[in-house]
Structure formats: C-alpha cells, structure tokens
Design a protein around this ligand. Structure first.
Ligand code: NAI
Length: 259
C-alpha cells in the first residue's frame, strides 16, 4: 500500500487522451490538463480544429499532439490509442467526452437512425476506447477513466430519449467497470454536466439560457466548460485514490433543486 499522505496532487508527466477535444468541455479539459503539466492527446473529428487546440497548448509551452479520431469507428480507436501510447511512452488517463446533440420525438421518422448514432458516439465508443487503453492503463501508476454523461442520465427532458438512454448507459457502464477494474487500482468515474456553454448549447439564445438557469439551477447561471474540466482534473489526480464508481453532477445544483 502506498503512503496515502504522500500521494501527488499533480498530473505532471501523466498522459491523458481526451475525445471530442476540439470544442467545449473537451477542449477546456485538454487545456487544463496541459496547464498542469500532463501530456495531452487531443482527439476529435475535424483535423484543423483538433490541431488548433494542440497548437494552442504548444504555444504556451505545453505538451500535446493532435489525432483525428471518430469514436464511432472501431479501427480508428485501436490505431489512435496505440499511436498515443507510443508517442508519449505511456497512457494513464482516458476522458470519454465526445458527444452530440440528438433531439427527436419518439415517433420521429428518423428515430432509429438517431438512436443508432447517439449510442454509437456516446455509449458504444466508451468500452471500445477503454479496452484499447487497458493494457497501457494496467502499466500506469495512476490509471484513471472519466466518462462524461449528463444530468439527462439522472432526470429527463422531452424529445431527448436516445441521448438520455446513451447517457444513462454511461452511468451504468461507469459503476460496472469501477467494480470490475477496482482491484487493479484503476478508478472509473462519471461526471454529469448540467447546462454548460459549449458548441452543443450554442444554438440556445442568451435570453433562454438565463431564464432556464435562473429557474432550474441553485447557482442561477449556466456553467463554463472549465468548471467541468476542473472537476475532471480532480478525479484524475494520483491523490484521488479512493473515489471510484461515482456519478457526480457538475450542474450548478440543478439536480439538487426542487423549487
Ligand atoms: P461541443 O459540441 O462543444 O463538443 C463536443 C465535441 O465532440 C466536438 O468537438 C465534436 O466534434 C466532438 N464529436 C462529436 N462526434 C464525435 C465523434 N463521432 N468522434 C469524435 N468526436 C466527436 O459540446 P460539449 O458540450 O463540450 O460536449 C462534451 C460532452 O458533454 C458531450 O458528451 C455532451 O453530451 C456532454 N454534455 C454537455 C452538456 C452541455 O450543456 N453542454 C450537458 C451535459 C452533457
């Protein structure tokens, strides 16, 4: 057993792979980990946007490299995870963050296609990435997995059933893998963001954001991506050694509030 008082409160030198890192919370997470001295694998769909985040990190002296990764493509996952571990010499932390907005009523014509897409990107991808990363995590002194779900996994909004089902699956997957991998010291936790200013919520007007946040959250405001990234970082510190299987709302008190 390590001396728990001596555990590091820094991710310096650890390697983190972030999916969906070109925008919103993924981008903020990449920047926050890089600022703390981690090597960051910035992965996303679009080559230019992904490279821009890696360049932003390099411009302030951080360690990052960009990879194009569509998390719905199993072969790409195996290749990129292998490349990341080879490039940095390790892979310690996986942040399953990539996501899309899927909004449609249950009787929508395109429901089946929307369901398949939601699950492919926001649920099926997660165990695939974790399985590819596992041999590397098993060699790490600080193996951490953080899955980004949503408060839609804990409560419900009309017309987002496929999105909610995918996110609910992520919370169950988190608990299940936490139990399965716990004896190996690999922690698996899940964050459920509430309303956050990102690409996904871009289309909602400022007026509606304000009305919604005042009515629904305890803090009375939308969150910023960095506020989720800070919590993700906390879960990945070597000193965060006894937290696993947790499903943590980072939602300004949305789930706590009744009236
Ligand atoms: P965002 O739209 O700013 O970022 C999502 C990123 O995921 C984009 O860069 C996009 O290109 C990438 N992406 C989409 N499909 C992908 C795929 N197949 N492979 C790889 N990358 C892909 O949105 P945001 O909000 O930062 O999303 C991050 C996560 O947070 C998502 O899982 C989302 O469901 C979740 N979330 C967001 C909330 C919000 O209020 N913004 C609330 C609750 C959860």
């Amino acid at each position: 057993m390590p001396d728990f008082k001596q555990l590091s409160r820094s991710v310096k030198g650890l390697t983190v792979l972030v999916t969906g890192a070109a925008s919103g919370m993924g981008r903020a997470t990449a920047l926050v980990f890089a600022a703390e001295g981690a090597n960051v694998a910035v992965t996303d769909l679009n080559a230019d946007a992904t490279q821009a985040v890696a360049d932003e990190i390099a411009a302030v002296g951080g360690s990052a490299k960009a990879w194009v990764l569509d998390v719905a493509e199993p072969q790409d996952i195996t290749k990129v995870v292998g490349d990341v571990a080879r490039h940095f010499g390790s892979l310690d932390i996986v942040i399953n963050n990539a996501g899309i907005s899927v909004r449609m009523p249950i009787d929508d014509e395109g429901y089946d296609a929307g369901w398949d897409k939601a699950l492919a990107v926001m649920l099926t991808a997660h165990p695939r990435i974790i399985r590819a990363a596992l041999p590397h995590l098993r060699r790490s002194k600080c193996p951490r997995i953080v899955n980004i779900a949503s408060t839609e996994a804990l409560g419900a909004t009309a017309t987002v059933s496929a999105y909610s089902a995918a996110k609910g699956g992520v919370t169950s997957l988190t608990r299940s893998l936490a139990v399965e991998l716990g004896r190996e010291g690999i922690t698996v936790n899940c964050i459920c963001p509430g309303p956050i200013r990102t690409g996904i919520t871009d289309r909602i007007s400022e007026e509606h954001k304000t009305i919604y946040a005042k009515r629904r959250t305890a803090l009375g405001r939308y969150g910023d991506p960095e506020e989720v990234a800070h919590m993700t970082l906390s879960l990945c510190l070597p000193a965060a050694s006894f937290l696993t299987g947790a499903v943590i709302p980072v939602d300004g008190g949305l789930m706590a509030r009744n009236a």
